[in-house]
Design a protein around this ligand. Structure first.
Ligand code: ATP
Ligand code: MG
Length: 726
């Protein structure tokens, strides 16, 4: 049989890997050297040359998207569907196993999977049952402890008592949480993996069956396996057999989730006789991009070390753009993408990669403004994120007490001890006389229709909303939103959430405040009217949020710009890549900068970012950024400096566009200062006027100015009004 097509376009070491004799094999190679290509071809080779049945193959990849792509490629190569072949993520495959063997796994048939939000909620309940104070034992921290134990294959009984009370308490929480999960048939993400492992460990007959079946095991992105995943593979293969793993220690970026780069090193010891192959030619990137990535990662001390080269030409320099601020950064990126498409480039060949999800917001806004379709991978769009919906629910209630969905969402977020029974009473009462929940609540309280404790809790919620409204009514929108986020308790709730997500959510809440600042600056005067009241501003903003969360994201098949975090970008490639927000504190993240190990993980993430690019890459950083709700000067990330200057080129904003940027961008706090009542000013459109009043300070200040030639007094946001003293 002619199998030359399987080996087409492979270099010698790649060919060796694809055609290697059966047995443990490790391919250790840098980014873009063809690891995934080799793994895919190996599957085809096993099927076509080794006569393996699709049934006997288990392939593990990192994301569902990658799994689907790999299956598609092999099916296309072999021109046949591969039904029996198992390919998926570790979690997906474990899930499949547990569904198939629910009884042997000790699970009810209809067991449900808990996502991390559900998990936090359940932990909370357990804490309450144990009589523990949530303040002292923040649920996300307890959840993180539980997840860590599971990653490390520890059941509550295995948790070693080191004599520290905190550990003992966490162990107790874990035990109670697990009892609760088992009682009602709930399985969290870590449990999927651990239970799948235990299933094989404790059922020798099942293990034998699967060992017999999965003669060939292949794993991509092996550097990011954690302990339980590693041991699961080891158990399945019995430390021998045909195990084909590919990985790059320089791309291990999930240390915070328990992945262990050591696993890729241990492999040669745990799988005796394992062969190691190295691929050194990079086929993805231009010479300059590759040199830049190599130079950057060389700053890490803990590496296996490798030497990547390419015979592609040098290509363009790495372009560095020092943006005036984050708005300018987004505009620059969108503008370059537009040029790219005007020159015939495809949008889907461009990616904007950021360190944290909150950064996506401004890019979404700017791309929308320019009519460039985009798609966000992994992670919800800004206005669909839970914390943003929480904040909007409060704002909507402030604007309209009868907004029932917002009432339902806000009433127990954060928890206020308003139980399901009380809520049912409210719903029934509202239904009975077709009123809103708010009105029903008022009535029930006044008529003593609720028990003492419940009545008190509901009363406090109603008072809170009234207070939020009354005390912020005269404030400019950004302050109003900020006050609502704080006094609703949302900020504190997410701040206490010590797991990674909590921090991200606080960042998103702060970004919501920034969104309002920009909203004010760019709103169409027709929408807001001549003399908007604060309530008009709020309503206009809520309408904007509702419209934005609508169907603006590009459809599935549409050619669109790709937006994602650096983590999500692993394994992918694009012709044109924008690496944005390369600033100290943002990237490397402030929480990682002090710890050498974490800093190295951040640097690997930077390496992943650079090596996604085939032809062009831009490093962008802003000199000022509104971040955490504040405007602050930023300095370029150390990673920018770690790319040798000989490989880079600064993008200089032309003088003209620079001035435009300066005037259109949110100015610094100092800019609006200096306006005094009775001062005379000139406005480009309204002509000369007299300042009647100034409200607020710095960034948020607005002024009421009488413009006789333009029909009388108007409120203007000083920062954007471009007023000139007369
Ligand atoms: P990463 O570490 O980012 O996951 P990788 O090592 O898995 O990268 P691939 O994605 O398999 O690399 O390959 C990178 C690019 O190089 C792909 O576009 C692939 O098609 C191409 N490529 C790989 N090997 C060859 C080859 N021998 N000839 C031509 N192109 C190749
Ligand atoms: Mg790959």
């Amino acid at each position: 049989m002619d199998v030359s097509w399987i080996l087409d376009n492979l270099n010698e070491p790649q060919r060796q890997a694809v055609t290697a004799p059966l047995g443990p094999l490790r391919v250790l190679a840098g980014a873009g050297s063809g690891k995934t290509r080799v793994l895919t071809r190996r599957v085809a080779w096993l099927l076509a040359v080794e006569n393996a049945s699709p049934w006997s193959i288990l392939a593990v990849t990192f994301t569902n998207k990658a799994a689907a792509e790999m299956r598609g490629r092999v099916e296309a190569m072999l021109e046949q569907p591969l039904g029996g072949l198992w390919i998926g993520t570790f979690h997906g495959i474990a899930h499949r196993l547990l569904r198939q063997h629910w009884q042997d796994s000790g699970l009810p048939r209809a067991f449900q999977i808990l996502d991390s939000d559900d998990q936090n909620r359940l932990v909370k309940r357990v804490l309450r049952e144990l009589g523990l104070d949530e303040k002292k034992w923040p649920p996300p921290a307890a959840a993180a402890f539980i997840n860590h134990c599971k990653d490390e294959m520890q059941r509550p009984a295995d948790v070693v008592d080191d004599g520290k009370p905190a550990r003992r308490q966490n162990q107790r929480i874990y035990a109670a949480y697990q009892r609760e999960c088992d009682r009602v048939g709930l399985v969290d993400f870590g449990e999927l993996l651990l239970r799948a492992y235990e299933l094989w460990r404790d059922r020798p007959e099942l293990l034998a069956h699967y060992r017999e079946r999965f003669q060939h095991v292949l794993v991509d992105e092996f550097q990011d396996t954690n302990t339980v995943q590693y041991q699961w593979i080891r158990l399945l293969s019995g430390g021998q057999g045909d195990v084909f793993i590919v990985g790059d220690d320089d791309q291990c970026v999930y240390g915070w989730r328990g992945s262990k780069v050591e696993n890729i090193q241990r492999f040669s010891t745990d799988f005796p006789g394992a062969q190691t192959l190295r691929l050194e030619q990079n086929y993805r990137s231009t010479g300059v991009i590759l040199q830049a990535a190599n130079a950057l990662i060389a700053h890490n001390a803990r590496r296996l070390g490798k030497n990547l080269w390419t015979d592609a030409g040098d290509g363009d320099p790495v372009r560095i753009y020092a943006a005036f601020n984050e708005v300018d950064e987004a505009r620059f990126v969108a503008e370059r993408i537009r040029q790219w498409t005007e020159n015939g480039g495809q949008r889907q060949e461009t990616a904007i990669l950021y360190r944290s999800n909150a950064q996506s917001r401004l890019f979404e806004e700017t791309l929308l403004g320019m009519g460039l379709p985009y798609r966000i991978y992994g992670g919800l769009r800004f206005f669909e994120r839970a914390e943003i919906k929480d904040a909007l629910a409060y704002l909507r209630l402030v604007a309209n007490r009868d907004d029932d969905p917002s009432f339902e969402r806000a009433v127990n977020t954060p928890p206020r001890g308003i139980g399901a029974r009380t809520l049912d009473l409210l719903r029934d009462a509202a239904r009975a006389d077709s009123s809103s929940l708010w009105q029903a609540a008022m009535r029930l309280i006044n008529n003593h229709g609720l028990g003492g404790r419940a009545a008190h809790a509901v009363r406090r919620f109603l008072d809170l909303i009234e207070m939020l409204d009354a005390s912020t009514r005269e404030r400019p929108l950004p302050e109003r939103v900020s006050a609502v986020i704080t006094h609703s308790g949302l900020r504190a709730m997410y701040e206490e959430d010590q797991a990674d997500k909590g921090e991200m959510r606080v960042e998103n809440l702060d970004e919501l405040i920034n969104v309002t600042v920009r909203f004010i600056a760019h709103i169409d005067p027709v929408i807001i009217g001549a003399e908007p009241t604060p309530m008009d501003w709020l309503n206009a903003f809520l309408a904007h949020a509702a419209l934005e969360s609508g169907e603006r994201q590009a459809g599935a098949g549409e050619d669109c710009v790709q937006l994602m975090t650096l983590h999500m970008a692993k394994g992918l490639e694009f012709a044109l890549v924008f690496l944005v927000g390369w600033e100290e504190g943002l990237f490397p993240h402030s929480r990682s900068a002090a710890d050498e190990r974490q800093l190295e993980e951040e640097r690997r993430l930077a390496y992943v970012g650079l090596t996604r690019a085939r032809q062009h890459v831009y490093l962008c950083h802003a000199e000022q950024r509104r971040w955490y709700g504040r405007e602050s000067p930023q300095s370029p990330s150390r990673f920018v400096r770690e790319v040798p200057e000989t490989l880079t080129q600064d993008v200089r904003a032309r003088a003209k566009s620079r001035t435009q940027t300066l005037t259109a961008a949110p100015p610094t706090a100092a800019a609006p200062g200096g306006l005094q009542p009775r001062q005379r000013v000139r406005h480009a459109k309204f002509g000369e006027g007299v300042v009647l009043a100034v409200e607020g300070e710095g960034y948020h200040s607005r002024a009421r100015i009488d413009f006789p030639a333009a029909g009388g007094p108007k409120w203007l946001v000083v920062a954007y009004a471009k007023l000139e003293p007369v």
